[in-house]
Ligand binder design. Structure first.
Ligand code: GLA
Length: 421
């Protein structure tokens, strides 16, 4: 009997070992940093575009700004290279290396520089025969590439999926996960796999993904437009039942980069993207030019109340509860009984819209009363029973975000409250 029990325990332990989620200890909260792609694409002509081309100068400049302008201090940590960093061929030993003209110190030199600023370095590869930009892919070189990245001191890998088919991806993504783990270096593993499979079950198995990747792109590439943001948010809301249960500490859905600070968004739209990415527990990777960023946009991206929502240790993704007449209302459970609330407007009629809601409607009812703090205005707006009508005004293509904190009943009277924000 004793022996049989031991045997069962052993089998169970082995099974658990096999299904244990990727346990590299990283990305317990959605990672924050900067990623080159959306803003800097595949510009490789450094003679014509010395400041904007994909080169070690670009990443060093961003690291300098990250350290000097307060980004690192509020939680941004990763400086991530995207496509087009490599030489066109592997070296004699079959190893990848950076384009020597654009990266004269090599990736290892760049990693040292970035680490010296108290930051981390991310890199890009692709499982296929080529990267999306046509540079050498990892297929057949997984172990070598993982080892190379680890030796260089890389801290994160975005692993893209161009130039490979569905069945080879199903082999390649777990293979790279194992290869990264084997290096012994904690490397955040970002998988683009689900985005290539339509992002939904049954084609995408989120349980498996959570076991091998720390984050994953579910959907198409973000572009520099409000339409692109709204399209992504809509997809997240429509598929929230699948997505919310897929996410948690160490495994995140990734709706792609933040475009705050780029060409297209108004200040209100910048608040909306940043706020909604925090609601969705999304990785926060800015893709902008930190050397030229308007003060107001910088303040949005460094808003510590919103960052606290994003980085909340409960790690539960928010959900949409209301969508009506161009207004949507979301809530996200936070630790210690707190909640984040977002009221998002996609309306275009020129004046702010009056919105009335109750906390009950947003599934905020564990406590009977809550204090509401406006996260962009940075002020307390009142105390409410969860059935009280709360009125707020939301700008066209704008957002209102609140933190709801449970408060004691005594100080709450039953009343309808009008917020004059
Ligand atoms: C794909 C990815 C983008 C970017 C490019 C680079 O389109 O989804 O995020 O990495 O490839 O070529």
């Amino acid at each position: 009997m004793k022996l049989a029990a031991k045997f069962v325990c052993l089998v169970l332990a082995l099974c658990l070992k096999y299904v244990t989620p990727l346990d590299n200890g990283v990305a317990r909260m959605p990672p924050m940093g900067w990623l080159a792609w959306e803003r800097f694409r595949c510009v490789t002509d450094c003679k014509t575009f010395p400041d904007d081309c994909i080169s070690e100068k670009l990443f060093k400049d961003m690291a300098d700004r990250m350290a000097a302008d307060g980004w690192r201090d509020v939680g941004y940590q990763y400086i991530n290279i995207d496509d087009c960093w490599m030489a066109r061929e592997r070296d004699d030993q079959g190893r990848l290396y950076a384009d020597p003209e654009r990266f004269p110190s090599g990736i290892q030199g760049l990693a040292n520089y970035i680490h010296s600023k108290g930051l981390k370095l991310g890199i890009y590869e692709d499982y296929g025969s080529l990267t999306c930009g046509g540079y050498p892919g990892s297929q057949g070189h997984e172990a070598t590439d993982a080892q190379t990245f680890a030796e260089w001191g890389v801290d994160m890998l975005k692993f893209d999926g161009c130039y490979s088919n569905d069945s080879s991806k199903a082999i390649g993504y777990p293979l790279m996960s194992a290869a990264l783990n084997k290096t012994g270096r904690p490397i955040v593993y970002s998988c683009s796999w689900p985005a290539y499979e339509g992002g939904l079950p049954p084609k995408v198995n989120y349980t498996e993904l959570g076991e091998i990747c720390n984050l994953w792109r579910n959907y198409g590439d973000i572009q520099d437009s409000w339409d692109s943001i709204i399209d992504i948010i809509e997809w997240w809301a429509v598929n929230q039942d699948v997505l919310v249960s897929a996410a948690g500490p160490g495994r995140w859905n990734d709706p792609d980069m933040l475009i705050v600070g780029d060409y297209s968004l108004s200040i209100g739209q910048c608040q909306a993207q940043f706020g909604m990415w925090a609601m969705m527990a999304a990785p926060l990777f800015m893709s902008n030019d930190l050397r030229h960023l308007e003060k107001e946009k910088m303040a949005i991206l460094q808003n510590q109340g919103i960052i606290a929502v994003s980085q909340d240790k409960l790690g539960v993704q928010g959900k949409r509860y209301v969508k009506k007449n161009g207004i949507q209302a979301w809530s996200r459970p936070l630790s210690e009984g707190h909640f984040a609330v977002a009221i998002l407007s996609t309306r275009t009629d020129g004046t702010p819209t009056k919105v009335t809601f109750t906390l009950n409607e947003l599934n905020i009812k564990q406590a009977t009363s809550y204090a509401l703090y406006d996260l962009f205005e940075m002020k307390t707006v009142g105390k409410f029973l969860n059935k009280d009508l709360i009125v707020t005004y939301v700008n066209p293509n704008g957002i209102k975000m609140f933190r709801a904190s449970p408060v004691s009943m005594e100080i709450i009277e039953e009343f309808d409250v009008w917020l004059n924000l």
